[in-house]
Ligand binder design. Structure first.
Ligand code: HEC
Length: 689
């Protein structure tokens, strides 16, 4: 696949967090099972089980562990039905294990093939499954949706849910399907490419036949009148000559929530591309339905309402993370609401029926808006983060383009009335760059790791009161990107962390009650179920890198020591299985001396980003994904053949593309930079305490 160099560079930044999930419906979960992603259709990630509680959690121990044969991370919730644990993984593999013993019952591998660069990335990311009746559903990076026999893992049907060929845009599925009303709902990721139109599809669970498709952005105006009234209205919001500059995308890569009561589906739509508003139409309005929460009729896919979250978005501030439904006391009476904590740093409560604005407040420092005007439901914008309006084209933005909160699931506890979610503070420098064709901006993700205390990167577990719109408590986290949450009637909140811990807090007070050293970074949300009178807590561990955040967020979502293989852990009271921590590989001493030519190293660093090496090998040569080689581990033989591998494609059959556009001189600079980073990593790991 040949693309302009600048396009590739943009995409290195742009892939962060692109993906998606589908909503499930089926019968309400018995407390013994965890059949849907959020356990119940409302996506609350809570459980009425209380055998493990704030008094007993100290006795929690390991019951079993099951290694999953994948070098990449497991980030989807384990689902449990009838004593079987179903776990989806990278490359759309599915594993079924016995709940009591952890024994593998069956596995499924669709053996997907790389077609485009997007598929290449997306096949390492999968946010899980849906289970309904006798079937298990999973979406794959090659846009196929699979229905498997729940007992055997054999394929029953598959359907093409988007176009992964690159002909009509760039698409791949990374999110979990959701089920409801006899249908499977699935969206897709466009990797912020701005090629093609985002859409959500519904398929018949039984037959795999498509029931409807909803497009999130208007079609090419040259093709005539838009097909639906809402798209006719939406087209007017894109400004003059918009299609020549952007054709939207607006992918729904994660949030799809099925509302059993109102028979509607809520989708969270990604932002417009390119990111830099200056490169889109100057008179653009809301660019609908990008950056919006949209409600659709579940049976027909017809538009019901939308709420625009981030107008004039220049920062990838999408509401494509988790959308949760709850009944909250608003103004003294119970109200059915949808809740979202999108990337832009504000927590929103909307009326589920009308989409009307109820309230919003920021849950983390933000510098793009001061507040949301309660009269209009619109943000009051600040100049600070608007890099495209600055003389030097630069701004440090909060939250980061990866979000104050993104796809990691939130949980809602009925007893405390609080919503628990991981918050990421990661100041990011954004810089207008007219040569970055797709995005018009270059993003420095690791700015907040640079040592300036004013712009320090860190994470938090936040307990948020959605009625008062304020934090009840916050627990600090060392790294910005941590796992999704689970809350239970035992007054507990469980969360795994990027630095390899799995912990339980008192849901009401935020007191840390239990901590387990899992050894591998955790991004998935835990689940809890009961079998034969015993409550189990399950969590998928080990990201082998940056999991799901794309390949470029290694430092924010794991440490070198926690880049370990994937495994599923099951905990119960008084269980005492000895735990062998998985071990991350230490960086070996580089096979050549440290380069002394600083300008050459700097040149290599720039080329590494510009050519797109970072896209696969990670920013700062910190590989994010286990199945892609970490270049800091390259041996003498690799360094001897460096130019042959990089320019000539000596390893092309293993997935390392030839780069004929790279000159010999550039290859030397790249090699110097990679060696320098290897020495940096080696020295840091071996420095005396
Ligand atoms: C599309 C993804 C992709 C891109 C882009 C990419 N690589 Fe790779 N690279 C890989 C994969 C996958 C491997 C592992 C191949 C193997 O297993 O032999 C690899 C291997 C390598 C190796 C051999 C490492 C070893 O220890 O054997 C080097 C060196 C390398 N890449 C350098 C680069 C440089 C420099 C760039 C940018 C010019 C780059 N790569 C861009 C995917 C990529």
């Amino acid at each position: 696949m040949k693309r302009p160099v600048a396009t590739v560079r943009l995409r290195v930044n742009a892939f962060i967090g692109a993906g998606m999930v589908l909503a499930c419906t089926t019968a309400w979960a018995a407390s013994a099972d965890w059949p849907l992603l959020g356990r119940n259709a409302d996506m609350q990630h809570n459980s009425p089980l209380a055998q493990i509680n704030d008094g007993t959690v100290g006795r929690l121990g390991l019951e079993w562990m099951a290694d999953m044969p994948t070098p990449d991370g497991l980030v989807g919730n384990p689902l449990v039905v009838d004593g079987v644990v179903y776990q989806g993984g990278p490359m759309a593999r599915v594993y079924a294990n016995d709940l009591k013993t952890g024994k593998l019952l069956w596995s499924f591998d669709p053996k997907i093939k790389t077609t485009t660069l997007l598929v290449y990335w997306a096949q390492r990311v999968n946010r899980g499954l849906a289970v309904s009746g006798d079937k298990v559903f999973i979406g794959a990076a090659d846009c196929r949706l699979y229905a498997l026999d729940r007992k055997t893992g054999k394929k029953i049907w598959d359907a093409v849910a988007c176009d992964a060929t690159g002909k009509s845009g760039l698409f791949a599925i990374t999110g979990a399907p959701r089920v409801g009303g006899g249908m499977v709902f699935i969206g897709n990721a466009c990797g912020d490419s701005g090629f093609g139109r985002g859409h959500v599809d519904a398929f018949d669970q039984r037959t795999g036949q498509r029931k409807w498709r909803f497009y999130t952005v208007p079609a090419n105006p040259a093709l005539g009148r838009q097909k639906t009234p809402e798209l006719q209205r939406a087209e007017k919001t894109w400004g003059t000559g918009w299609y020549a500059k952007s054709n939207g995308c607006g992918s729904v890569w994660e949030a799809i929530t099925y509302d059993e009561k109102l028979q509607q589906v809520y989708i969270g739509v990604d932002g417009p591309s390119p990111w830099n508003p200056k490169t889109r139409a100057a008179d653009a309005g809301d660019e609908l339905f990008t950056n919006s929460i949209v409600a659709l009729d579940a049976r027909t896919g017809k538009y019901r309402w939308h709420y625009k979250v981030t107008p004039n978005d220049g920062w990838n501030y999408t509401p494509t993370g988790h959308i949760m439904i709850a009944e909250l006391p608003i103004g003294g009476s119970p109200r059915r609401v949808v809740m979202s904590a999108p990337k832009n740093g504000f927590f929103y409560v909307l009326d589920a029926k009308s989409g009307g604005f109820v309230s919003a407040n920021n849950f983390t420092p933000v510098n793009w808006a001061s507040h949301i005007d309660p009269k209009t439901g619109r943000p009051v914008v600040l100049p600070d983060a608007r890099y495209w309006e600055k003389a030097d084209g630069k701004a440090v933005v909060l939250p980061s383009v990866a979000g104050g909160h993104t796809w990691q699931p939130m949980s809602f506890n009925e007893q405390t009335g609080l919503v628990y979610f991981p918050v990421s503070v990661m100041p990011t420098l954004m810089e207008s760059d007219p040569n970055a064709i797709v995005g018009g901006v270059v993003t420095h993700d690791y700015y907040g790791f640079g040592g300036d205390p004013k712009w320090k990167a860190y994470g938090e577990l936040v307990a948020w009161d959605p009625v008062k719109q304020e934090a009840r408590w916050r627990a600090p986290r060392t790294l910005p990107f941590n796992g999704g949450t689970l809350t239970t009637a035992g007054n507990l909140v469980f969360e795994g962390t990027a630095d390899g811990k799995f912990e339980a807090f008192a849901a009401d007070s935020g007191k840390l009650l239990w901590s387990f050293d899992a050894g591998g970074a955790v991004q998935s949300a835990p689940a809890t179920v009961e079998v034969d009178g015993r409550q189990f807590v399950l969590v998928a561990v080990g990201n082998a890198g940056a999991m799901n955040l794309g390949t470029t967020m290694a430092r924010a979502s794991s440490t070198l020591a926690t880049r370990t293989p994937s495994r599923l852990l099951a905990f119960a009271l008084d269980s005492k299985l000895a735990y062998q921590k998985p071990v991350g590989k230490p960086i070996p001493q580089p096979p050549r001396p440290r380069p002394q030519d600083a300008p050459l190293v700097a040149k290599g660093a720039a080329a590494y980003e510009a050519v797109g090496c970072a896209y696969c090998h990670g920013h700062d040569v910190e590989t994010a994904n286990g199945s892609i080689k970490d270049l800091r581990f390259a041996n003498a033989e690799t360094h001897d053949r460096f130019a042959g591998i990089v320019i000539g494609g000596l390893r092309a059959k293993n997935g390392m593309p030839a780069h004929p556009q790279v000159s010999m001189e550039e290859a030397n600079a790249l090699q110097a930079y990679i060696l320098d980073q290897a020495w940096r990593g080696y020295d840091a790991a071996n420095k005396k305490p």
